[in-house]
Design a protein around this ligand. Structure first.
Ligand SMILES: [Cu+2]
Length: 493
C-alpha cells in the first residue's frame, strides 16, 4: 500500500473531525466506539482478504466481512438501522450508501464532509433506509493511480430496501454483482461502444472534442491511461466456477443486477430468454418492457423478471466474447438438464432508456436549469486524462473544496449534461434521485435513477428536487474519471 497517500488521508480525516488528538488514532476509536450501547443491527468489517474467484485462482482484495460481494443487507423502508463499520485496514475509509437519501454525516463521501472510518477504528452509523428498492454500498475513497484502492478493491455489496408494498409475483429472487479483478493500466484508447439509442450526436460537441484530441496527439501526447482487467466475475466467481442459478421450467425469476465495476460498462444476455425490466436503479419504471439484452453503466442496477421457458443449460453472460471467456458470466441450469452450458449471441440490439418511460407525459417545468459541459484533456495529469466540468477539474487536494452550485431547498432543478468527449459517462448524483427528462435530444419523463449513461458527444437532461439539504456530490462514476477531475459539489443556500 502507498503509505504516503494513507498518511495524507489520515491527516485529511483528522482535519474533518474536530476535537480529536491528531497524533492518536486510538483516541478516534474510543471517541466513536459505541460502548454501553445496544448491539448494532449489522456489522461490516473492512479487511484485506483472499478471495477465490476460481479453483486455485486467488486474488487479494479489501472486502466487507472477508467476502465478495459484501453481505446482502436487507433493510425495511423507513425503519431505522444501526450499523457498526470496523476498519481493519491501515487506510481511513469511506462507505457510501449509493442511491439512498441519507444525511451528509453518513452518506460516505469525504468531499461532503462525512467523517472517515479511521484506520483500525470504528464508526457507528444510524440512518433510516430510503427509498425502497435495489441500492448498494461501496467505498468512496479516491484511488488515483493505485489500482488496489477505491472501487478497484472488493468493497462492493448489495442493499435491498423492502418496499412498504410488494413488488409483485415471482418464485425466486437472485442478486448478481458484476465485478472485475486484476486491473492493469493500458494505453489502448477507448473501446468503441455503439450500443446506445438514440445515437444522435451533437455536432458542435463532436467537432470541439475531436479537434482537442487531434491537437493533443499531434503534439506527441500518448492516449491517457485506461484500465483493463484479467479476471471477470459474477458474485465473485468466474464463469463456470460458481454455483449455477438453478431453476425449474415455468418459474419466474426476479434478477437484481448490480454493475459493481470501478470503470467498466457491462452487458448481459441469456440465450432464449428475455428480461422484463421492472426497475432501474431500484426505482420501478413507468413502462415495463421486455428486452433481450441488458446494458449497465458503472454503478447502475437493473431489476428484471425472467420467465424460465426455454429448458437447457445456458450462460447468462457478457456480450463481449473476451470478457465472457475471462469469466463474466454465470450458468443458468434447469432441473434435470445436464449438458455443457451454451452461449449464443443475441440479435443486434440498442439500449434505450426511453423504452421504460411514461408514454407521452411531459415532465414538470424546472425552476432553474444548470448547464454542465464535460470535457477531456488527453493525458494531461501525469499521463491520466484530466476531466473538467465547465472548464474546472475538481481539485485533487486534501483540503475541503467549496460547492460550485448553490441550490434553494424545494426547487426543481434541471441539469443539462453536455459531453464533449467520446467516452460514455455514468453520471451520478448523491443523496437524491433524478428524473430523466431528455436523452440525446428526445424529451422524456417518469424514469427515476441515480446514475445515467451519457453517450459520447451526446446530451441529456435530468431533473431533481432539492429536498435533502447539505453538500451533495455529483460525479462520473467511472473511477478514473472521478479521481481525475470529474466531480463537483452542490450545496443549499
Ligand atoms: Cu466518466
Amino acid at each position: 500500500m502507498d503509505t504516503q497517500s494513507s498518511r495524507r488521508d489520515f491527516l485529511r480525516t483528522a482535519g474533518l473531525v474536530t476535537g480529536l488528538a491528531l497524533s492518536s488514532p486510538r483516541r478516534a476509536l474510543s471517541l466513536s466506539a459505541p460502548q454501553s450501547q445496544s448491539p448494532a443491527d449489522y456489522t461490516l468489517r473492512i479487511q484485506a482478504s483472499a478471495i477465490e474467484i476460481a479453483p486455485k485462482r486467488i486474488v487479494s482484495a479489501v472486502t466487507y466481512n472477508g467476502q465478495f460481494p459484501g453481505p446482502l443487507l436487507r433493510f425495511k423502508q423507513g425503519q431505522p438501522v444501526t450499523i457498526d463499520v470496523f476498519n481493519d485496514t491501515d487506510t481511513p475509509e469511506q462507505l457510501h450508501w449509493h442511491g439512498q437519501f441519507v444525511p451528509v454525516d453518513v452518506d460516505g463521501a469525504a468531499e461532503e464532509g462525512t467523517p472517515y472510518i479511521p484506520a483500525h477504528g470504528l464508526r457507528r452509523l444510524n440512518f433510516t433506509p430510503n427509498p425502497s428498492g435495489f441500492r448498494f454500498y461501496h467505498t468512496h475513497n479516491r484511488a488515483g493511480a493505485n489500482l488496489s484502492a477505491g472501487q478497484y478493491s472488493g468493497q462492493v455489496g448489495p442493499v435491498y430496501i423492502e418496499p412498504i408494498s410488494s413488488p409483485g409475483d415471482y418464485d425466486r429472487e437472485v442478486f448478481l454483482t458484476l465485478k472485475e479483478f486484476e486491473p492493469a493500466f493500458s494505453r489502448g484508447g477507448d473501446m468503441d461502444m455503439n450500443f446506445l439509442a438514440p445515437d444522435t450526436r451533437d455536432k458542435s460537441l463532436e467537432s470541439v472534442g475531436e479537434a482537442a484530441m487531434k491537437a493533443s496527439l499531434a503534439k506527441g501526447m500518448p492516449h491517457g491511461f485506461e484500465v483493463g482487467y484479467n479476471a471477470f466475475t459474477i458474485n465473485g466467481r468466474m464463469l463456470g466456477h460458481g454455483d449455477p442459478i438453478r431453476v425449474k421450467s415455468g418459474e419466474r425469476l426476479l434478477l437484481h443486477i448490480l454493475n459493481g465495476s470501478a470503470t467498466e460498462i457491462r452487458s448481459l444476455a441469456l440465450p432464449g430468454h428475455t428480461f422484463e425490466i421492472v426497475a432501474l436503479d431500484g426505482n420501478p419504471v413507468p413502462t415495463r418492457a421486455k428486452v433481450p439484452v441488458l446494458w449497465l453503466g458503472t454503478a447502475e442496477r437493473i431489476s428484471a423478471f425472467v420467465t424460465m421457458n426455454h429448458p437447457g443449460v445456458w450462460i447468462l453472460g457478457d456480450l463481449a466474447d473476451d470478457d465472457r471467456h475471462h469469466g463474466m458470466g454465470i450458468v443458468v441450469e434447469y432441473a434435470n438438464q445436464k449438458s455443457k452450458p451454451l452461449w449464443t449471441p443475441p440479435p443486434p440490439f440498442k439500449w434505450n432508456y426511453l423504452r421504460f418511460a411514461t408514454p407521452g407525459a411531459p415532465s414538470p417545468h424546472p425552476d432553474e436549469t444548470i448547464d454542465m459541459l464535460f470535457a477531456k484533456q488527453n493525458a494531461a495529469h501525469e499521463g491520466f486524462n484530466l476531466w473538467t466540468i465547465n472548464g474546472v477539474a475538481f481539485p485533487m487536494s486534501e483540503s475541503p473544496v467549496p460547492a460550485s452550485f448553490h441550490l434553494r431547498q424545494g426547487r426543481r432543478y434541471r441539469i443539462r449534461l453536455r459531453n464533449q468527449s467520446d467516452d460514455i459517462h455514468p453520471i451520478h448524483l448523491h443523496r437524491h434521485s433524478f428524473e430523466l427528462t431528455q436523452i440525446a435530444g428526445v424529451s422524456t419523463a417518469g424514469i427515476k435513477k441515480d446514475v445515467v449513461m451519457l453517450g459520447g458527444y451526446q446530451q441529456a437532461e435530468i431533473d431533481f428536487v432539492a429536498d435533502n439539504p447539505g453538500l451533495s456530490l455529483f460525479h462520473c462514476h467511472q473511477q478514473l474519471h472521478m479521481d481525475f477531475g470529474f466531480m463537483t459539489l452542490f450545496d443549499y443556500v
